[in-house]
Design a protein around this ligand. Structure first.
Ligand code: ADP
Length: 273
């Protein structure tokens, strides 16, 4: 199996083999398609667990382009993105980082939660996002011209940034943006049913709980219940866990440590089931 993967052309390893299910909320598919056709770098804005990653997987599949996803974190250095020299028995050799690989093979490169990365790391992407479409591999002495199919996409959660942690304006202004929100009720019911096989009535009740919690954002809650958590809860119920226990486990406890908020949410759960 590993050998089979190794002998594939590199870009094929990153192709998405079957259609990732994505339920559209507006006209984001055609808007993204137009941006890709012009290779405009894209920013997907929205709270965690509302479908940004699923959307980009779906779009990469639709376009038939490889997708390389990088989860950004605060210890990430420019070398983690671009590449570094490594050592083996024959001496040193250059290893492309995931961003470099994406630029070479013409992949869509998705930098998830880019605000987590240090600013000096984010600056490394600048020359890829303007007319130059180049990446400087300084340590290797190479100026890489990105493949014509390459596109950079970042995700950004507007709720997370602080004064210390935000994207520089000079970085933000290099991207066009699509805004994602939790889907409307009907769409979210069909997502939860499709993802888990749960019945519509139970899915509808879970979404009522989520709606209630989302109303508490800014009143003791930083972020509402995500579609992802609703999917987890429905999966637990499908495994035979009683709905109230599943809701406590996957909706209430992950969301807050505040006793009052938990009590309010638990009461909502009791009211719904
Ligand atoms: P994000 O990247 O915004 O944090 P994800 O794309 O990982 O969130 O979404 C979390 C989960 O929610 C997905 O794995 C999928 O099950 C479900 N989901 C959310 N929105 C959609 C949607 N529009 N269509 C299909 N599934 C969705």
């Amino acid at each position: 199996m590993t050998q089979a993967i190794q002998s594939m052309p590199r870009e094929n390893q990153y192709l998405i083999p079957s259609e990732p299910y994505y339920q559209e909320s507006g006209d984001e598919i055609s808007l993204y398609q137009a941006a890709y056709d012009s290779r405009i770098p894209m920013m997907l804005k929205g709270p965690t667990g509302c479908g940004k990653t699923r959307f980009i997987e779906h779009m990469a599949w639709r376009l038939g382009k490889p997708l390389i996803t990088i989860s950004c974190h605060e210890d990430m250095t420019a070398s983690d993105l671009i590449g570094r020299y490594l050592l083996n028995a024959d001496g040193t050799y250059w290893q492309d980082g995931p961003l470099t690989t994406a630029a070479r093979i013409g992949a869509i490169c998705y930098l998830d939660e880019v605000v987590e990365a240090r600013q000096d790391t984010t600056v490394a992407i600048h020359s890829l996002t303007d007319y130059r479409r180049t990446l400087s591999l300084e340590k290797k002495g190479e100026l890489l011209q990105a493949h014509e199919d390459f596109q950079l996409v970042i995700s950004y959660n507007p709720g997370y940034q602080t004064l210390m942690k935000d994207l520089k304006t000079s970085t933000k202004q290099r991207f066009a943006a699509l805004e994602f929100e939790y889907p409307d009720e009907e769409t979210e019911v069909s997502i939860v049913c499709h993802e888990t096989g749960i019945g519509k009535v139970t899915a509808g009740r879970l979404i009522q709980i989520a709606k209630h919690a989302r109303n508490l954002v800014g009143h003791g809650l930083n972020e509402g219940i995500s579609t992802r958590l609703l999917v987890y809860t429905a999966q637990l119920i499908q495994k035979g866990i009683p709905p109230v226990a599943a809701c406590h486990m996957a909706l209430v406890r992950p969301l807050s440590d505040d006793a009052d908020i938990r009590e309010t949410l638990e009461a909502t759960v009791q009211g719904c089931f």
